[in-house]
Design a protein around this ligand. Structure first.
Ligand code: LMR
Length: 396
């Protein structure tokens, strides 16, 4: 059976991690996969998480199955983070959330649901985007169409191109938006631009799908939900894929959530029953540990405050590294202006490095980045930044 199977290409992001592991040169630097590292270059467990885990282990009495949609408190807390505790959507029961296996799991559920239940056939995806967006569309049998997003000349948003392309989106099409910290560019729409998009969506009858994997990494938890909340002012129906991998640092616990917002509670219930049907045939019901831990943090005022402080620290360190990175590139003789890197949000910087330059960084200097030129700023530390900047200037 297996003789004629062709080998699949390595994943453009996770494949880098495997190659980095196998790298034997000393001083190697990994700026590939989007994982936070502290000043010492480690990805530590968030202290609020560690404390919640202790409490959880001490209080847990059973390993019985969860329901198909997972830990109820986790789902409720997810809605509070997305909408704000006092939002009408929560009071009116217009949203239903299902715990998922990370953000990828949430996206897969979202697209399966949209395809089967809304008849959607097309998903509009920013160009560039996180490559798994396109891959999940294909896996589900949906057609992905690109909309322009990035202007390489200005290193900013290609707003005119974006509007021109999305003007072609038809009623019922899914439009995928990055809630904040656009991956890979780090460029987000302004509030005014969000509002224009939100109105356009309502007028044209799109089904918006928010990929919300970096809440808290741009400006703060509340501020980063501004685009989503503007959309909710104009759109009664919407899908959200959340991930807590980054903001809780719980990458390997696969903590995500799929939330649908419907026009009313009754429609939300019916739609959610179909979501549960989808989950049942993929993994039946989710694992408890990560979600139960997050629920514990979020419902305990002191632990939540501690988590937010730790998240603020992560965001602050990345911002400081952006400044230092740009200053050191210049100090090392770069003639280009890299100031745009300071303005970008989240973990990533779309550096403007070409695939050839990225390949040279790997081959000649054991520095790993994504071939699109995306670098993980959270992987830069005081220990590797000098070597990194010297090497980049050599390949420029
Ligand atoms: C990334 O973009 O590096 C992260 O979202 C990790 C992943 O799964 O690709």
């Amino acid at each position: 059976f297996f003789d004629r199977i062709e080998a699949a290409p390595a994943d453009p992001i996770l494949g880098l991690g495997e190659a980095f592991k196998a790298e034997t040169r000393t001083g190697k630097v990994n700026l590939g996969i989007g994982v936070y590292k502290n000043a010492a270059g480690n990805t530590p467990i968030v202290k609020a998480v560690k404390e919640a885990e202790k409490r959880l282990l001490a209080s847990e009495t059973t390993k019985n199955y969860l329901t198909i949609d997972g830990v109820a408190e986790y789902n409720a807390q997810t809605q509070i983070l997305l909408f704000g505790a006092d939002h009408e959507i929560i009071a009116n029961g217009r949203a239903k959330t299902a715990q998922s296996l990370g953000g990828t799991g949430a996206l897969r559920i979202a697209l399966e649901f949209a395809k089967r239940q809304t008849g959607a056939q097309t998903v509009w995806i920013s160009n560039p985007t996180w490559p798994n967006h396109n891959a999940i569309c294909k896996a589900v049998g949906l057609t992905d169409k690109p909309y322009r997003y990035y202007n390489p000349q200005t290193h900013g948003l290609d707003w005119d191109g974006l509007i021109e392309d999305l003007a072609q989106a038809q009623k019922g099409d899914i439009v995928l938006l990055h809630g904040c910290c656009h991956n890979p560019t780090g460029i987000d729409p302004t509030p005014a631009q969000w509002e224009t998009l939100a109105k356009m969506s309502a007028e044209k009858g799109w089904l918006p799908l928010f990929d919300f994997a970096y809440q808290g990494f741009a400006k703060g938890l509340e501020e980063d939900a501004a685009g989503l909340r503007l959309f909710l002012q104009y759109n009664r129906e919407l899908l959200i894929a959340s991930s807590y991998s980054k903001n809780f640092g719980m990458y390997n616990e696969r903590v995500g959530a799929f939330t649908l917002v419907a026009d009313n509670a009754e429609a939300a219930e019916r739609a959610h029953s179909q979501v549960k049907g989808i989950i049942r045939t993929i993994y039946s019901n989710p694992a408890s540990h990560g979600a139960a831990t997050i629920a514990l943090v979020l419902k305990d005022e002191a632990l939540k405050a501690q988590w937010i402080a730790e998240l603020d620290e992560m965001r602050g360190r990345i911002k400081a590294m952006r400044q230092k990175f740009v200053a050191l590139l210049q100090a090392n003789g770069a003639t280009q202006n890299f100031d745009f890197i300071i303005e970008q949000n989240g973990m990533f910087s779309f550096s403007g490095l070409s695939p050839d330059q990225v390949d040279r960084l790997k081959d000649e200097f054991a520095i790993y980045a994504v071939r699109s030129g995306r670098i993980n700023v959270a992987g830069i530390t005081d220990d590797n930044i000098d070597y990194l900047c010297e090497s980049i200037v050599k390949v420029l």
